[in-house]
Design a protein around this ligand. Structure first.
Ligand code: PEP
Ligand code: MG
Length: 902
């Protein structure tokens, strides 16, 4: 114990001590600077203060014990290495203090450059720079400005005004026209601003500057914008940031200096080549501020061939080392190249697939790793229809790509108008400053939603994603005037009825109609593009990675389909059966009236007539589906409608009857209907007479369906085809419910099937929490379970699935109660636990029990990994999500490290 107490916790790492795998501790920037240092690349020397130090500081409000001493020791060794002391009046060492979290949070936290400059060392800096006074005083004024703003919260505009004032006095608009004397004057003005706002002089002590800057970087982890960004990107709030203290190098020392960024491949398309920008005689912040235009990186070859060749060599080396696309920041100080940052670069969905394929070809990674590097969300993005853009179409605004897709339509400003025009068959885009629950009907009616306010978790974004509807949110260049029914953008005024196009992937907004085309990836899945002969690198890469995913995965993938057409498409997309055929969908349209007759039947005769009329219709439906699936398993779920979906609306009916009575018409029939509807009216239809309950209450209903399924299977088999039906009972909560249905079904099946060879399984949905908790009993009567995670989430959380997402989920997301809607991605702690319990207890009672999931979560990338880990046999999802589920099931099977592809 005693020995442990004397061991000091290590909070500071020299760059030579770290490596790229220490991102948790050193942040992305620090870990990669360390990696480059150890590769022998030219990195300005420095050290990293760990995320643990930051976390300790944020928890206790003070630097942890030992930190100050460790910083001192590392600073001394840095000074020895550089042959300069921090802030030395004659030959100063200057450092930058940079944030760097585990996950990149671009621009969200703070950086302070030129730490170590003061009234005396500014002269030393000028000497170092060969008597360049202008450069030295410009560096000093930048320090006071950055330090004042980020460390001491001095309003940034005050410095901007003083700079504008200096330029005005000089009669120029360009910073570069200010000479050393002007900048010396500006430093005085800045110091006064600093003193006015902080009540103290600008700190002259270099070590004090350093300590305050480090503290400011720690604090910036909890800056409002950083919190918001983390929430949007689902980055955990408790990681903290590391702080990098790096010796300064200057790209603004003259024409033989400069700064740039580079990518080792095109992050847009994945194409090989050199991509980047360069700005001579500038610092990184000038590039970001867009003060001057950059030139393509290739220009550097002409300006400084030695550095260019060296940079290309380093880029190749980094790619080979990281085995991935890298992005790089560098500075050239008087002809000497310095690497300031590298990381595995962000890329578009298309580039992710293409690059993964290329790296396999180049022998840098294997197919498992390629599969690991892409994900289902990227594949889903590649499957949305795309705008066919040519130069004719320029965006007029750019907001947040909140829900992907491409949509064109007439602009409307109110929900009511959206509903009206949509009813006339018009495609409409609902434009609002922001949406609220009152807009729900309009959002449902619209092709797309465009708002001028709000981020990725705004009401519009959440609801649109839930509906799978294209949405661009937060397009703040738009001035939306709802009463006037117009919005203005870039000098254009757009009124109600005008056509706009929005791209929910890129967030871009276009005036007029932009034509759309199906994505090449969908064409490939549809069998319209041959992956062996196409010259499209994306299709080739997708094919290769999908083939590998299919070989690797253990989970089977089925589809939710209730028409022959959907079943056929799903098969083309790779479905290996139907996991959910919702038979209530077969009772809509003109069959609705038969169901209404059945539900409201006053006597046995009437009911039997209705059932007899339904039987052949159902049989035809099933024959079509069995034929399409050709021997693959087809899970047919017995009818499960909330009753109100089949009955005329109560209020409407009451009004009709009252009006007819008023007119003195004969309303006996309508009155009977009204009283029946009143009798059956439910306050909570979702928790009412549906699923197995309906089957037990209405005699003959399930029997008719079981007969239709069995007869259809026999018909297909007698015709030389194959059929593999699985009958599924919905909403079971107790084994007795299932036993009752099963006893009747078995009799009918035995009678119909005879010696045809058809085998029919009988199983149940697990979608009521009680069923999950009594799965051991229920398994005695079920040959398979299929988890209905929509209802399991509804009843597990007590969230009405029809209401809550639009009503208040945006607030729950804002508060971080959950990071994503539990209807979208399974809540593994709660609802997922029910699934796990039921799977374990079900299999314990009946070894070999077949387990699947058919709720929406079956096609959600993260949930697929969970279902793999629970040991289900298959997931089932809508046809369009089948490829996504195949890919994620493959990724789940090979994922042993659990590392992420963020
Ligand atoms: C479920 O509840 O998850 C399910 C698949 O059934 P439905 O969505 O039809 O209620
Ligand atoms: Mg359900």
């Amino acid at each position: 114990m005693a020995a442990q107490e004397t061991v000091e916790h290590k909070y500071v790492y020299d760059f030579a001590e770290g490596n790229k795998d220490l991102k948790d501790l050193l942040g992305g920037k620090g870990a990669n600077l360390a990696e480059m240092t150890n590769l022998g690349l030219p990195v300005p020397p420095g050290f990293t203060i760990t995320t643990e130090a930051c976390k300790a500081y944020l928890t206790t409000g003070r630097e942890p014990d030992g930190l100050a001493g460790q910083i001192e020791a590392h600073l001394e060794s840095l000074e020895r290495e550089m042959g300069r002391r921090l802030g030395d009046p004659d030959d100063p060492l200057l450092v930058s203090v940079r944030s760097g979290a585990k996950f990149s949070m671009p621009g969200m936290m703070e950086t302070v450059l030129n730490v170590g400059l003061n009234d005396r060392s500014v002269v030393g800096l000028s000497n170092q720079a060969g008597g360049n006074d202008r450069f030295a005083w410009d560096s000093y004024r930048r320090l006071i400005q950055m330090f004042g703003k980020t460390v001491c919260e001095v309003p940034g505009e005050e410095f901007e005004h003083a700079l504008d004032e200096a330029k005005r006095a000089k009669g120029t608009q360009n910073d570069l026209d200010l000479d050393a004397d002007d900048l010396r004057g500006l430093v005085d003005a800045y110091k006064q601003i600093f003193a006015k706002h902080t009540g103290r002089e600008f700190p002259q002590e270099p070590r004090e500057q350093l300590d305050l800057a480090i503290r400011a970087v720690f604090d910036s982890w909890n800056a409002e914008r950083a919190i918001l960004y983390r929430r949007q990107e689902r980055i955990p709030a408790d990681l903290g940031t590391a702080v990098n203290v790096v010796s300064m190098v200057f790209g603004n020392l003259g024409p033989d200096s400069g700064t740039g960024v580079a990518f080792t491949r095109d992050p847009g398309s994945g194409a090989q080549g050199i991509y980047g920008d360069y700005l001579a005689n500038a610092q990184g912040e000038d590039v970001v501020a867009g003060i001057r235009n950059t030139v393509p990186l290739q220009e550097l070859e002409r300006l400084d061939k030695t550095s260019y060749d060296q940079l290309l060599g380093i880029m190749a080396r980094l790619e080979e080392h990281y085995k991935d696309l890298c992005d790089i920041e560098f500075t050239i100080e008087r002809g000497k190249l310095w690497m300031l940052q590298t990381r595995v670069g962000k890329r578009t969905a298309a580039a992710a697939f293409v690059i993964a394929g290329q790296l396999v070809d180049e022998g840098l990674i294997d197919l498992d790793e390629a599969l690991h590097r892409v994900n289902g969300a990227q594949l889903a993005q590649l499957m949305f229809p795309r705008f066919q853009l040519d130069h004719e179409f320029q965006p007029v605004a750019k907001g947040i790509g909140a829900s992907p897709g491409a949509a064109s339509g007439r602009v409307v400003f109110t929900s009511a108008r959206a509903v009206e025009l949509a009813a006339e068959g018009e495609a409409v885009i609902l434009v609002r400053r922001e949406t609220n629950p009152d807009d729900l009907n309009g959002m449902i009616a619209a092709r797309g939603i465009l708002t001028s306010r709000g981020g990725k978790t705004s009401h519009a974004a959440v609801v649109a994603r839930g509906m799978g509807k294209t949405c661009v949110s937060g397009a703040d260049e738009l001035e939306v005037n709802v009463p006037a029914k117009t919005f203005t953008v870039g000098g254009h005024t757009v009124g109600e009825g005008d056509v706009v196009s929005i791209d929910g992937t890129t967030g871009k907004v276009y005036l007029g109609e932009v034509p759309v085309m199906p994505s090449e990836v969908v064409q490939y899945f549809e069998g319209e593009l041959d992956p062996e002969t196409t010259d499209d690198p994306l299709v080739r890469a997708v094919h290769r990675i999908m083939t590998h995913a299919d070989a690797a995965r253990r989970l089977r993938v089925r589809t939710n389909a209730d028409t022959g057409a959907d079943a056929a498409r799903a098969r083309r997309f790779g479905a290996e059966g139907i996991g959910l055929c919702r038979t209530e969908h077969m009772f809509l349209g003109d069959r609705r009236e038969l169901v209404e007759r059945l539900i409201l039947a006053s006597g046995e005769r009437e009911r039997e007539d209705a059932l007899a009329a339904l039987l052949p219709l159902q049989r035809t439906d099933f024959v079509e589906i069995f034929r399409e699936m050709d021997g693959l398993p087809v899970t047919v779920r017995l009818i499960d409608p909330p009753l109100h979906e089949f009955l005329p609306p109560l209020e409407q009916l009451a009004v009709n009857v009252a009006v007819a009575q008023e007119r003195g018409e004969d309303v006996a029939k309508e009155e009977a209907l009204l009283s029946a509807v009143r009798r059956m009216h439910e306050e909570n239809p979702m928790l009412g007479l549906r699923g197995v309950r309906l089957g037990l209450v209405i005699p003959g209903l399930f029997a008719m369906q079981v007969r239709a399924i069995a007869e259809a299977a026999v018909a297909v088999v007698r015709d030389g085809g194959r059929a593999c039906p699985e009958i599924m009972v919905p909403l079971v909560g107790a084994v007795q419910e299932l036993e009752t249905v099963r006893a009747e079904a078995e009799k009918i099946i035995a009678e119909v099937v005879g010696d045809s060879g058809v085998e029919v399984l009988i199983g149940t949905m697990i979608e009521v929490p009680r069923a999950a908790l009594t799965a051991g009993q229920i398994a005695e009567a079920a040959e398979f379970f299929s988890f209905g995670t929509n209802d399991l989430t509804q009843m597990g959380w007590g969230f009405s699935r029809d209401d809550v997402e639009g009503a208040f989920f945006w607030r729950y997301l804002e508060l971080g109660i959950f990071g994503i809607s539990p209807f979208e991605s399974i809540d593994t702690d709660g609802v997922g636990r029910l699934v796990r319990i039921a799977a374990e207890e079900g299999r314990a009672a009946r070894p070999g029990l077949k387990l699947g999931v058919c709720g929406e979560h079956g096609g959600d990338p993260e949930s697929v990994h969970f279902f793999h880990s629970v040991g289900l046999d298959y997931v089932s999802c809508s046809p369009f999500r089948v490829p996504v589920a195949r890919l994620e099931a493959g990724r789940a099977a090979i994922s042993t490290t659990g590392s992420d592809s963020r």
